[in-house]
Design a protein around this ligand. Structure first.
Ligand SMILES: NC(=O)c1ccc[n+]([C@@H]2O[C@H](COP(=O)([O-])OP(=O)(O)OC[C@H]3O[C@@H](n4cnc5c(N)ncnc54)[C@H](O)[C@@H]3O)[C@@H](O)[C@H]2O)c1
Length: 311
C-alpha cells in the first residue's frame, strides 16, 4: 500500500486495534480522533469529523492510500439524548470522510458500520440482503452512512465498503458493555442485577477479530457487494454468556431479567458467509477464550459503571 491509511476514531476501541494491526505490518497510519491524544505511546491527531476545513488542513500534501472510518458516536446508548448530534457526527462525519477520500484520490474506503442498521431482526443466518429498518437513531445513522458509501463508490469509482459489525468486546472497550459488567461482577464479587438481558441475543465479536476483518477489507482484491456482516459467528443470549462468566469466575453474582433495554433492538443471527468468501474473514477468538482474556485485562484496570447492552 503506497501512502498513509487515515484511521478515524483512532483513540477508540476499533480504530486503535486496526492501527496496531496495520503498523505491525509496516503500514503507515495517520491516526485521528476528536481531541489530540497519545494512546499506548502512539500519537493521535485531533480533529472533529464535522470540521471539513481542519480535515483538509491535516491531510494537505500527504499521500493517502486509504481511509478506515471508525470515528462515531458508537452505539445506541452513546448520545441517545442528543440524536441530532448522532446525526451530525455519524452521517455528516462519514460524508466528510468520503469527500476527503475523493479529493485525495484514495484507492480504498472502509466504513465501520453496525448490525444496528438492520433494526429488529428475528431470523437465523440472515444475509446482507435483509432490509435495513433501523429502530433507533444510531442505527439510522449507520444505514444512512452506508448509503453514502454506496453512492460515492458508484459515482466516483472509489472502492468502498461497509462492514456491519456486531457487538464488539474485549480489552479497551470503554462504552457501555454488558459483558464487561458481568466480568467485573466475577472479578469483584459485586452483584450485577438487570431487569433485562437474559433472552437478548447478540453475536459478540472479539476486538482482535473485528480489527482483522477491517484489515481484510483493506486488502481484499474487490467487493461483490456494498456491505458485509462481521460477527463472532455464534449467537448467544446474555443469559448464556453469564453462564460462561460464572464458569470462568466463581464469584460472579449475576441476575438478569427478561425485559428489553430501552432504545435497543432485537437481533437475529447474521451470516458471515459473504465476508468469508470475499474478505477471507473467519473469527478466531471464541467467546469463552475472549472473555477469559478480557477478564485478565480488566483485573488490572476496573471499568466504568454498569450501562446498556452494548451495540
Ligand atoms: N463497539 C461496538 O460494539 C460496535 C458495534 C458495531 C459497530 N461499531 C462501530 O464501530 C466504530 C468504532 O466504534 P468503537 O467501538 O471503537 O467506539 P469508541 O467509542 O471506542 O470509538 C469511537 C471514537 O470516535 C471518536 N469520535 C466521536 N465523535 C467524534 C467527532 N465528532 N470527531 C472525531 N472523532 C469522534 C471518539 O472520540 C472515539 O474515540 C463506530 O462507527 C461504531 O458505530 C461498534
Amino acid at each position: 500500500m503506497i501512502g498513509d491509511v487515515i484511521i478515524t476514531g483512532c483513540a477508540g476501541l476499533v480504530g486503535h486495534a486496526v492501527r496496531l494491526r496495520l503498523e505491525r505490518e509496516g503500514v503507515s497510519c495517520m491516526a485521528v480522533d476528536l481531541v489530540p491524544a497519545e494512546v499506548e505511546g502512539r500519537p493521535v491527531l485531533g480533529c472533529d469529523l464535522v470540521d471539513m476545513p481542519r480535515l483538509r488542513e491535516l491531510t494537505a500534501g500527504r499521500s493517502v492510500a486509504a481511509i478506515v472510518h471508525c470515528g462515531a458516536l458508537s452505539g445506541p446508548a452513546v448520545g441517545r439524548n442528543s440524536p441530532l448530534q448522532q446525526v451530525s457526527v455519524n452521517i455528516v462525519g462519514t460524508a466528510n470522510m468520503l469527500e476527503l477520500g475523493r479529493e485525495l484520490g484514495i484507492s480504498r474506503f472502509v466504513y465501520v458500520s453496525s448490525v444496528s442498521a438492520y433494526g429488529d431482526c428475528h431470523g437465523e443466518d440472515l444475509d446482507e440482503r435483509t432490509p435495513l429498518r433501523p429502530t433507533n437513531v444510531y442505527g439510522a445513522t449507520k444505514a444512512a452512512s452506508e448509503m453514502l458509501v454506496i453512492a460515492y463508490a458508484a459515482d466516483f469509482r472509489i472502492p468502498a465498503v461497509s462492514l456491519r459489525l456486531s457487538m464488539v468486546y474485549g480489552p479497551r472497550r470503554e462504552t457501555a458493555c454488558c459483558l464487561r459488567d458481568m466480568l467485573m461482577s466475577g472479578l469483584t464479587g459485586s452483584p450485577m442485577r438487570l431487569e433485562w438481558g437474559h433472552d437478548l441475543r447478540r453475536q459478540p465479536i472479539h476486538i482482535d477479530d473485528a480489527a482483522a476483518a477491517v484489515v481484510g477489507a483493506l486488502k481484499a482484491p474487490g467487493f461483490r457487494q456494498g456491505a458485509y456482516n462481521i460477527t463472532g459467528g455464534v449467537a448467544v443470549t446474555f443469559g448464556e454468556a453469564a453462564e460462561i462468566v460464572r464458569d470462568l469466575l466463581l464469584r460472579a453474582d449475576i441476575l438478569l431479567g427478561t425485559g428489553m433495554v430501552e432504545g435497543d433492538n432485537i437481533q437475529g443471527s447474521h451470516s458471515i458467509a459473504a465476508a468469508a468468501r470475499d474478505l477471507g474473514y473467519r473469527p478466531q477468538v471464541d467467546l469463552r477464550r475472549g472473555l477469559a482474556g478480557y477478564a485478565d485485562w480488566l483485573r488490572d484496570r476496573p471499568g466504568p459503571e454498569q450501562g446498556g447492552a452494548g451495540a
